[in-house]
Design a protein around this ligand. Sequence first.
Ligand code: NAD
Ligand code: ZN
Ligand code: ZN
Length: 350
Amino acid sequence: MRRAIKAFQFVEWQRPGQLRDVPVPEPGPGEVLVKVGGAGACHSDLHLLEAPAGSTSMTLPFTLGHENAGWVETLGPGATGFAPGDPVVVYGPWGCGLCMNCRQGMENYCQTPGKPSPGGLGGTDGGMAEFLLVPATRYLIPLGDLDPREAAPLTDAGLTSYHAVKRSAHLLGPGSTAVVIGAGGLGQMAIQMLKALNSATTVVAVDASPDKLKIATTMGADEALISGDDAVTRIKDITAGQGAELVLDLVGVHPTLSMAAAVSRVLGHLTIVGLGDAALPVNFHNPAQECSVAAPFWGTIPELIEVISLARAGKIKMLVEHFTLDDAAHAYELLHDGRIQGRAVITPND
Ligand code: NAD
Ligand code: ZN
Ligand code: ZN
């Protein structure tokens, strides 16, 4: 019988995750077994755990953790290009690999019906266990001298915010303003991405928590504002009444979406990344005219390679707090209460 390991799993709707025994997965043809160094706890996991029973058709239980990094443990038959012990991050949104979008590295937008779900989301096992089974070597990006325990959040908090910033980079020249609403795990990365990619733009962080705003300032935000009407007034002031070229809403609840619309600019981008369940009314009068509204999902494989390059060059760094697998439930409680400063990372092999 195969050895059993502990895994932190989504077992029941509207219940905290639970530690359970699972067998060590065996890599089949083309697959890779990764020894997990770090698995980040994303707010999306909380949306999922807290959702009404049966909100989606995913099968429970499955192991949480869709932000993963570690070391190659074993290569399945025919899997090449990596050796046991290589430090890697794992690209999360697994697709079919064959459709037009997947072939361009956009597996986040795989077009094939019934495509595999990302590990740690949607029913497939993720990285909150000693080992993670990865379906193909194309999802592994070499980490060089970065520590997997620190690097794991680059695969989602890093990649998602990088994708959201990069698609609007052409708007962010000298004199421009970018507003980041929600300075948590993703927001702190977005602020650093904005500075790394568009150093001329003025970055305004908005959050409900003064503690998060302090951190946002250390990450490079030029202004840090408490969420609400005063923030709208201040953003209008610093943009000569025009509003911001880019507004990223990393929360997605009614007050943040209204604020985002109020500070958007003619010809700007209003980008909704947060999975709060509010809706933004879009018509001729709202948001500003010809402002594009988009809700991007995660990012592409080439973008993850760029994110790792930025981290290896010391241009971005996640503020990480480590938790053992036994403390994973506690990490999610803290995240729920807004008491994780940056990103909680579970380290199953510590
Ligand atoms: P987080 O908990 O680390 O950060 C959320 C931040 O929002 C916190 O700093 C909190 O203080 C702040 N906040 C909460 N309510 C606010 C309000 N009313 N006004 C201003 N600030 C407020 O969460 P995270 O892991 O960074 O995730 C952020 C969101 O992005 C979540 O909804 C998550 O599900 C979503 N997400 C989306 C994608 C995607 O592909 N679109 C990927 C990852 C995460
Ligand atoms: Zn996530
Ligand atoms: Zn595909």
